[in-house]
Design a protein around this ligand. Structure first.
Ligand SMILES: [Zn+2]
Length: 501
């Protein structure tokens, strides 16, 4: 019996026991009655369930009536579907979509930044995202996110980068670069091209020292970047094989997951060889194997390797689609934008200043017109979509991660992109039940959070969604959220929309 099947049987046994011994409800309780529970431990939706919630946790899930105290909050769940809240395992809460680098600390941009900071966690919740994993971001940004009155539960990774490597490579001024990315690993063998910065102590920039420092800050994973350049460029330094081995050994020693940024076939092969736990991007750069249709044997072999080695995989299809959206005529007119973007920020996106990244990207592409740029990115996107479908067809459990924002594009927005990521998975040919698992139990298991989240089950955190459609049958379920339940508090979805100033 496979582990997951065993867990399923045990859950059903527990379910049976709970059906017999029903806990009476108390005054402060929340009772959702006669609801259809859609949860990954069940092969099919469970109709007519009564779900009792107390002190932010699920007390019982039962088809038997629950005797509720007079003060208990009751929700009539008839005709509705109760699911676990979604987890997005790839976000960057400190970056405002569309801002130039460093604009977050520019006083002139403070009103827009602050409006975004207030709305960001609400936008995640608006699309049913009740847990996020922040990969790379400052402690200040995390604190600002958690200071908001309503926010998803946040978990963190720490980032260990190569000295002068991606993503610090974008910052030309070394002083600014080392200040923005202090957790770099120095490799003496690379000293000629990438010398230790003046005043730095080599002993504090070994793999062991950097991972030790990040571990003591309470992260649950370490992110590394296997990226030698975008497009035809490949001149950014990446860690040597020996350094990767030391990073792997140190993360294992400290019980931390190792997450790799890698989206090109040569880079993902390095990630597989380095025995990372999770590849944080889909495979959309096929390099010499590029072809308009099908899946070349070399790409298929790599993906089978990912599957055989049980490496977690985040398709992050929105990364490239979010670039295509820069060049779409209707991106800022999308009605969903008004729900998740503060009005002042939405207005700024439409100004010449707000279009800076679109114009920079156009320049990078040789000054092409909008349609051509959009088409180019949609073609690149199709590679990632084909790889995603192939992995799913192998039976590989996918992880839902939007990488919001992956670049300074206004085409990436919190919450909305988690939903659009799921929609792109569906467009790639991933069935709805597999997408549901990617956003619930797969993420919870991968990141060691399945005791707390991932199913509607007694004992778990009451981060739940009440939907008006079944997410195993229609994507529309994710845009017809009735209420979000956050640690037992009931929030009407519309109250989470960006305020109209
Ligand atoms: Zn990212």
């Amino acid at each position: 019996m496979k582990g997951s099947q065993k867990a399923g049987v045990m859950t059903r046994l527990a379910f049976g026991i709970l059906a017999a011994i029903v806990v009476p409800a108390q005054a402060a309780d929340l009772l959702i009655e006669q609801v259809t529970v859609v949860s990954p431990q069940f092969a099919a939706p469970q109709p007519k369930q009564n779900v009792l919630i107390r002190d932010g946790r699920i007390v019982s899930v039962s088809s038997k009536p629950v005797s509720a105290a007079s003060g208990a909050t009751r929700i009539d769940g008839k005709g509705k579907f109760l699911t676990p809240g979604l987890m997005d395992s790839h976000v960057h809460v400190g970056e405002v979509p569309g801002f130039p680098f460093g604009a977050e600390s520019d006083p002139a941009m403070a009103p827009l930044r602050d409006a975004y900071t207030r709305q960001q966690p609400r936008s995640y919740l608006y699309y049913g995202v009740t847990q996020v994993l922040n990969l790379l971001g400052s402690p200040d940004a995390v604190a600002a996110f958690e200071a908001q009155p309503q926010h998803p539960d946040l978990y963190r990774c720490g980032a260990a980068i190569s000295l002068d490597g991606y993503p610090s490579a974008f910052i030309p001024d070394p002083a600014v670069r080392y200040n923005a990315f202090p957790d770099y690993i120095y490799e003496p063998a690379n000293a000629e091209k990438h010398p230790l910065p003046a005043g730095a102590d080599a002993a504090q920039h070994t793999p062991e020292a950097i991972i030790g420092k990040l571990a003591s800050s309470g992260v649950r994973c370490i992110k590394i970047f296997i990226e030698d350049g975008f497009g035809p460029a490949s001149f950014w330094p990446i860690m040597s094989k020996e350094t990767l081995q030391r990073v792997r050994a140190e993360t294992r020693k400290r019980g931390l997951l190792l997450i790799a940024h890698a989206n090109a076939i040569d880079m993902q092969r390095i990630a597989v060889e380095a025995q990372v736990d999770v590849i944080a991007h889909g495979l959309w750069n096929w390099n010499e194997y590029s072809t308009d249709q099908g899946l070349p044997p070399a790409i298929a072999a790599h993906l089978r390797d990912v599957h055989a080695k049980k490496i977690g995989y985040q398709p992050t299809l929105r990364v490239i689609a979010g670039l295509a959206d820069l060049f779409r005529e209707d991106t800022l007119k999308d009605p969903a934008y008004a729900k998740v973007v503060p009005p002042a920020l939405l207005a700024w996106y439409a100004t010449p200043a707000g279009q800076w990244f679109k114009e920079e990207t156009r320049k990078f592409m040789g000054g092409v017109p909008d349609m051509k740029a959009m088409h180019t990115y949609m073609v690149i996107s199709s590679y990632g979509m084909r790889a995603t479908k192939y992995l799913n067809d192998l039976g590989h459990p996918l992880l839902l991660g939007s990488d919001t924002p992956s670049a300074p594009t206004f085409g990436a927005q919190p919450g909305y992109d988690t939903y659009r990521e799921m929609r792109m998975m569906a467009q790639s040919g991933v069935p709805l039940p597999a997408i549901f698992r990617a956003g619930t139990i797969n993420n919870a298991r991968q990141f060691g959070l399945d005791k707390e989240y991932g199913t509607v089950e007694a004992g778990k955190v009451a981060n739940l969604l009440l939907l008006t459609a079944n997410p195993l049958e229609t994507m529309r379920a994710w845009t017809s959220i009735d209420r979000v339940i956050l640690r037992g508090s009931v929030i009407k979805r519309e109250s989470l929309a960006a305020p109209r100033e």
